[in-house]
Design a binder for this molecule. Structure first.
Ligand SMILES: [Zn+2]
Length: 453
């Protein structure tokens, strides 16, 4: 891959101004979660804007908040430090410093350190910007596009803004409230591909015997531990409900065989500014339009339009299926690898030992917005359970070590390192870089660049 060598500091300032011109081989967007506040009514201050109703479909998700730690502020702080570490790779002097850091993780590391451009997806959280945005605190923190409350001009959400930057890798950083009594740990957040969701369509169309076999093979498969949003449905029933949301915008009733027409969550792919909007849905009256509720049924679902072509495409399978982890694609590998680097970081900085390192627990699997609608390899990290005292203290004390390890993990995913998994300590980094060339040369164009016109 051709890389442009770095010349002077002013060169970098220039790239910040002209952010659409990439001067480096790789661009990463750090995406600290949340930023806004839960305020009612949801129709005015929520997220998922429905233009036809001029109203939001859901409440704003403010993130976790536990005894003085606010997820939205802490993940922003961590992201800023990650950027400081990666910015070292953009100057001659900084590259030497970064090389010294790299050597802590990989004793065989050799110069040169390659430059990586790092950007952040949002500004600091609402508390620090109250004076600027007080008429709509959530204005700059929504995931999806909406209209400005006063001017009615359209405002791009975080997902659109990330896609406009055409990054290679997006690293979303979160903390979770979890439930008291959890053992704590770190987890990846992933969304499987079209083909996995299609099991729900087969299930709805099948007879009872075939339904049993679909249920069984799903539960025994890689996605069997599907995320349970609330009590009252099994993992498989949540999978069915999420598949209905993914395909039609509607929740399903508990058995997953029919839509719950009271619960419409919108066409999320049309709430993003990108090349994959479905124009036919914008101009109503289409046969496929689930507003006409008889068409909302999975039995009648037909994957027409650009978004569903994208969902079925090869690059989406690279992102979301198979790969080094055996499932979950490059997204899961990127997430798990950075989490493994955090374990290594806590070890090489001598704050933990091999017996008390935080575990990497089972991924959260659902129809999550960011891994689905971001057009880059998506690493999505839950760094800690704030309800767990051990995790809470880890974040409170060691933000900088987490940030350093995330920066080194990102470097390794883009450039590769020679780390080989230690026999003594489990869940150490693998050191494999992701094959980004396959995306950048797909169908003679760059898959990451065709996301906007
Ligand atoms: Zn979060």
């Amino acid at each position: 891959m051709g890389k442009i060598s770095f010349r002077s500091k002013s060169f970098f300032l220039f790239t910040v101004l002209l952010v659409s011109n990439k001067l480096y081989g790789f661009r990463v967007v750090l995406d600290p979660g949340h930023g806004g506040r839960y305020i009612e009514p949801n129709s005015v201050y929520g997220d998922k804007y429905e233009p036809d109703k001029a109203s939001f479909l859901e409440g704003y998700r403010p993130g976790a908040s536990v005894s003085g730690l606010n997820e939205n502020e802490d993940v922003y702080e961590i992201s800023l430090i990650v950027k400081e570490f990666l910015d070292l790779t953009l100057t001659e002097k900084g590259r030497y410093t970064f090389y010294q850091i790299l050597k802590k993780y990989d004793s065989s590391a050799k110069p040169p350190v390659e430059p990586i451009e790092a950007l952040i997806s949002r500004k600091s959280g609402y508390r620090s910007r109250y004076w600027e945005i007080d008429y709509d605190i959530n204005r700059d923190y929504r995931l999806y596009d909406h209209e400005d409350l006063l001017s009615h001009e359209s405002v791009e959400g975080v997902i659109s803004r990330i896609n406009a930057l055409k990054p290679d890798l997006v690293v979303s950083i979160h903390l979770t409230g979890g439930n008291p009594g959890r053992n704590g740990g770190m987890a990846a957040v992933i969304t499987p591909s079209y083909n996995v969701f299609y099991n729900a369509i087969d299930y709805v169309k099948a007879d009872e015997q075939k339904r049993n076999s679909i249920r069984e093979s799903f539960s025994n498969g890689a996605y069997g531990k599907w995320f349970i949003s609330h009590h009252g449905r099994s993992a498989f029933e949540w999978f069915l409900c999420d598949a209905w949301i993914y395909y039609t915008g509607y929740w399903s009733v508990v058995d997953g065989l029919n839509p719950d027409l009271e619960k419409f969550r919108g066409f999320r792919h049309n709430m993003v500014t990108w090349s994959y909007r479905d124009e036919s849905l914008l101009n109503n009256s289409s046969m496929n339009n689930p507003y006409i509720s008889k068409n909302a049924h999975l039995k009648y679902f037909k994957p027409g339009g650009k978004f569903w072509e994208r969902e079925k495409s090869t690059p989406e399978n690279w992102r979301r299926e198979g790969g080094l982890e055996g499932y979950g694609g490059d997204n899961l590998y990127a997430s798990q690898e950075i989490l493994r680097f955090i374990r290594k970081g806590l070890l090489v900085n001598y704050v933990y030992n091999s017996r008390n390192l935080p575990e990497i627990v089972t991924p959260y699997i659902s129809t999550w917005s960011v891994p689905t609608y971001v057009n880059a390899v998506s690493a999505f990290l839950e760094l800690a359970y704030l309800d767990n005292k051990y995790d809470f203290n880890r974040i409170l004390k060691y933000k900088k070590i987490h940030a350093e390890a995330i920066a080194v993990g990102i470097y390794s995913l883009l450039q590769g390192t020679k780390i080989s998994e230690s026999a003594k300590v489990k869940m150490m980094p693998w050191g494999n870089s992701i094959d980004f060339t396959k995306y950048k040369t797909y169908n003679n164009s760059n898959y990451f660049d065709i996301v906007t016109h």
